[in-house]
Design a protein around this ligand. Structure first.
Ligand code: KIV
Ligand code: ZN
Length: 520
């Protein structure tokens, strides 16, 4: 049995199905490039039939990201598979992942198909996909609630028609580790042929990582996971946790390992968090900001004397070392581009000019910028590869204990300047009201949080919020040395995203996603 587990990353497909996440093509490409640096084996880049936006993002990734296999998801319909192939055809290595549900509940209520029809669909879909590529993955959706004998029949048909990976999804997060391990082992025994067996776990009972690891011990040689465990409902199995469990306790897994460059885990986590607007909980294993923090005196004393007293992993191994000061206000364009290049970001042309202008603005106000500051800045600029309609030109405000908080905001709207002054209960609210009035976009601010990128009073403020318009909540993110300005930037960012989706006429909620029980 191979001693390497294939890391199949589905952050851009299953992860992007999390409520309120809507990444544009530039943001998806940025994440895909980071996943390649991280060393994942397969990137599931999206679900091309789902929307034109998804198709274009998958195609852009297939055309430019090299290293990992680029995979697209498709249902079993021929048009899905054709569209999927169209999107991934230019990849260095391309995989089609096709799926159909095999549980009684999904077949009856969602597919409205008989088990016989499902068998035919599965076989024909795999055979059709094999006409395009010899790398075809098949998943029996809702495997954990499927009749075992029937599911194995379908899996055998998939292998006989050419599937090279059999992925077993716990679509609704129903499985318990021991049971999941037994199921994976039993499938391997029952289904004949040459295939890699894979596990895809959801976290509804908080067991996605435990189930994935049990699957590895039962013979799975691919695990499907996401950065920070983002995904539908309670999420998918968290990649960083699986990887570090295998790396930290090899004796428990027969020495199997992954090809992940673990020093890139923390950065990948921060990038995904910034671009999706999903904060990472402070005590999240491996990548949470407290994962290596020691609060009690006894622990601090122990770690100072010998790190391993209370640390089972070295923070440097997951890239959570000290944030270094890298640039200041005297740094030039060349040093800026060079530092980004060393950090793994290659910006050119307009993107570089824009990022450098933003850097100068921030560096003028903050003495020195760290790698983390630069990462946040690049993430903020990435979305702007798509030309947004509104740009924040300036915000000025006043308030205090005895003054009504007031903000004046100037926006650029396709070259036209819009200036509005508004009041609020606080200065942030006043700035958001002014932006609302200037853009005419009405909605409800549902979430708002401020964190500092690094520590200290001179840290950059990183504001994450959600703005809900017509029942759809969009994330917004903004960065500045000033909290009101960071909030205004985040608010404008959310409004631009809303307008982008409205302009494209696409509603991602209309698509039938795996795990949903709506009709196909
Ligand atoms: O959870 C699920 O069933 C899926 C499949 C498409 C693998 O995401
Ligand atoms: Zn899933």
């Amino acid at each position: 049995m191979a001693d390497q587990v294939i890391i199949f990353d589905t952050t851009l497909r299953d992860g992007e199905q999390s409520p309120g996440i809507s990444l544009d093509a530039g943001e998806k490409l940025e994440i895909a490039e980071q996943l390649a640096r991280l060393g994942v084996d397969v990137i599931e880049a999206g679900f091309p039939i789902a929307s034109q936006g998804d198709f274009e993002a998958v195609q852009a990734i297939a055309r430019s990201v090299r290293g990992p296999v680029v995979c697209g998801l498709s249902r079993t319909a021929r048009k899905d598979i054709d569209r999927c192939w169209e999107a991934i055809a230019d990849a260095g290595r391309a995989r089609i992942h096709t799926f159909i549900a095999t549980s009684e509940i999904h077949m009856r209520n969602k597919l409205r198909m008989t088990p016989e029809q499902v068998k035919v669909e599965a076989g024909e879909a795999v055979a059709h996909a094999r006409r395009y590529t010899d790398d075809v993955e098949f998943s029996p959706e809702d495997a954990s609630r499927s009749d075992f004998d029937f599911m194995c029949e379908v899996l055998q048909i998939a292998v006989d028609h050419g599937a090279t990976t059999l992925n077993i999804p716990d679509t609704v997060g129903f499985a318990i580790p021991e049971e999941w391990g037994r199921r994976i082992a039993a499938i391997r025994e029952r289904v004949r042929g040459d295939y890699v067996i894979s596990s895809h776990c959801h976290n509804d009972l908080g067991l996605a990582v435990a189930n994935s690891l049990t699957a590895v011990n039962a013979g799975a040689r691919q695990v499907e996971c996401t950065v920070n465990g983002i995904g539908e409902r309670a999420g998918n199995a968290a990649m960083e946790e699986i990887v570090m469990a295998l790396r930290t306790r090899p004796e428990m897994f027969g020495g199997v390992d992954t090809a992940i460059r673990t020093e890139e885990l923390a950065r990948s986590s921060r990038l995904v968090s910034r671009l999706t607007g999903y904060a990472v909980q402070y005590n999240k294993a491996v990548v949470g900001r407290n994962a290596f923090a020691h609060e009690s005196g006894i622990h601090q004393d122990g770690v100072l004397k010998e790190r391993t007293t209370y640390e089972i992993m070295d923070p440097a191994v997951v890239g959570a070392g000290d944030s270094q000061i890298v640039l200041g206000k005297h740094s030039g364009r060349h040093a800026f581009a060079d530092t980004l290049h060393k950090m793994g970001y290659d910006l050119h042309g307009d993107a570089l000019n824009q990022a450098f202008a933003r850097f100068k603005e921030l560096a003028d106000r903050k003495v020195q910028l760290t790698e983390e500051d630069l990462e946040a800045l690049v993430a903020e600029e990435v979305g702007d590869t798509v030309r947004y309609r509104y740009q924040l030109v300036s915000v000025s405000c006043h308030g205090g204990t005895n003054d009504t908080p007031t903000a004046t905001v100037v926006l650029d709207h396709d070259g036209e300047k819009l200036e509005v002054t508004a009041h609020g209960d606080g200065m942030v609210e006043a700035a958001c009201t002014a932006i609302r009035q200037a853009t005419g976009v009405e909605g409800r601010l549902t979430d708002y949080s401020v964190t500092s990128v690094t520590g200290g009073v001179d840290a950059l403020a990183d504001v994450a919020l959600r703005f809900e318009v017509d029942g759809r909540a969009m994330p917004g993110r903004g960065l500045s040395t000033d909290v009101v300005e960071a909030s205004a930037r985040a608010f404008v960012n959310a409004i631009n995203r809303i307008q982008r989706v409205q302009d494209s006429g696409e509603d991602p909620r209309e698509v039938d996603r795996p795990g949903s029980l709506r009709g196909v």
